[in-house]
Design a binder for this molecule. Structure first.
Ligand SMILES: *Cc1c(COP(=O)(O)O)cnc(C)c1O
Length: 401
């Protein structure tokens, strides 16, 4: 019996090594990685420059504590401020912690304005993490069930619905912030309309609310820009990052701009590990690899190629509802739950994921080549075709959120 606590229904495979977009299991079988450890290994597996940066830093100083000056943390914050346009950064170790920081910041900001019971607007189908506060902010009963009482102070509205946010603003004096993913990852690769972010910015400005973006999954180059919000000309007050930021060395970040700057004072928040020299060295190396190798442009080109190829190979297949995405954040929505595709892909030597029950999700390394992208589609499309051609064990899923 395993002594590891049973929180994951794991697939029966263990990986031993990786290189670029490929990983090898303990029996030597090779797999094309269409998931990158859930949007973590953006620069590909064991990139030599990343390995060198981590090894060199590990040989010098791994950890020292935020009780002291940390040069690499300063350097990383400078770099992240430069590429994001935000000003101040708090470092932690994961996406949920980054969102915890954002939630605490919003509450402190609200109290500073004299709001006694500050509330944050969150979205249906959102995913913000598994801590008690972030699962309360998450819009999925599956994530919340059994962990009540939930943390109060969240007001939920439908995603991509500006009118719903406006209505809350008219009736609720305790709102201090909006927290949203521009592309919902776990929720099924749901993309907001082009005017949504500007609309949210306007509403937030009108009420003095903080606009807080969870870019834990969409950030760090995945959508073809450093951050998904940069597709538009709108800047948030707060942004959270994690997943791809340090290529697998645990890191999270909460970035602040404008009225969110200076809200936290010494003693308000902290982290033992957050922003330690090792994690910062890995993040700095990740950011330079993305820039030097043109990986954002590659994410756009390869993302378009994968979507076009999939559309061509799945044209006319009934049961394929939509193929969507931005850069290398891709969803293929089918008309029925399709978890079994993950195992079939594994057997075929391809790593994919299914989210929200009926959406095949692809989050490959940003380094993926055209050949690898074509291999990915040629492995995946027949599996989807066969799956949809068979009588299905599950009821079709209703359209819409
Ligand atoms: C993965 C994810 C999180 C949670 O990150 P952890 O590192 O698992 O805590 C939060 N928000 C979004 C959008 C995510 O995709």
């Amino acid at each position: 019996m395993s002594h590891v606590m049973n929180t994951y229904k794991r697939l029966p495979v263990a990986f031993e090594r990786g290189a670029g977009c490929w990983v090898w299991d303990t029996s030597g079988k090779r797999y094309l990685d269409g998931l990158a450890g859930i949007a973590v290994c953006g620069v590909g597996h064991s990139h030599p420059k990343l390995v060198r940066a981590i090894s060199e830093q590990a040989g010098k100083l791994i950890h020292c504590s935020n009780l002291y000056q940390i040069d690499l943390q300063e350097k990383l914050a400078d770099r992240m401020a430069q590429i994001s346009g935000l000003q101040e950064i708090f470092f932690c170790n994961s996406g949920c912690e980054a969102n915890e920081a954002a939630i605490k910041l919003a509450r402190l900001y609200g109290h500073g304005l004299g709001v006694e019971v500050p509330a944050i607007i969150v979205m249906e189908k959102a995913f913000h993490g598994r801590t008690i506060a972030t699962l309360s902010a998450t819009g999925s009963r599956k994530v919340q069930a059994g962990f009540e009482p939930l943390v109060p102070g969240f007001v939920r509205v439908p995603f991509d619905d500006l009118q719903a946010v406006k209505r809350v603003g008219e009736n609720n004096r305790s709102v201090v912030a909006v927290l949203v993913e521009l592309i919902q990852g776990e929720g099924g690769i749901n993309i907001c309309s082009a005017n949504y972010l500007q609309g949210l910015r306007d509403i937030c400005n009108a009420h003095g609310w903080l606009l807080m973006l969870d870019e834990v999954q969409s950030g760090t180059g995945r959508t073809g820009k450093w951050f998904a919000f940069q597709q538009s000309g709108v800047t948030p007050d707060v942004m959270t990052l994690a997943k791809g930021l340090a290529s697998g060395v645990p890191i999270g970040a909460c970035l602040a701009a404008g009225k969110a700057v200076g809200v936290f004072k010494p003693g308000n928040h902290g982290s033992t590990f957050g922003g330690n020299p090792l994690a910062c060295a890995a993040a700095l190396a990740t950011l330079s690899i993305i820039e030097e190798e043109g990986l954002m442009a590659n994410a756009i080109a390869i993302g378009n190629l994968i979507r076009e190829d999939l559309r061509a190979q799945l044209a006319g297949v009934s049961g394929v509802r939509q193929i969507r995405g931005q850069g290398l954040m891709i969803g293929i929505e089918l008309d029925s739950t399709c978890d079994e595709l993950v195992k079939q892909a594994l057997a075929a030597g391809l790593l994919i994921n299914v989210t929200d029950g009926n959406v095949v999700r692809l989050l490959p390394p940003l380094t993926m080549s055209r050949d690898e992208a074509q291999t990915l589609v040629s492995l995946l499309a027949p599996l989807i075709r066969d799956f949809l051609a068979r009588p299905r064990s599950t009821e079709p899923v209703a359209t819409g959120a």
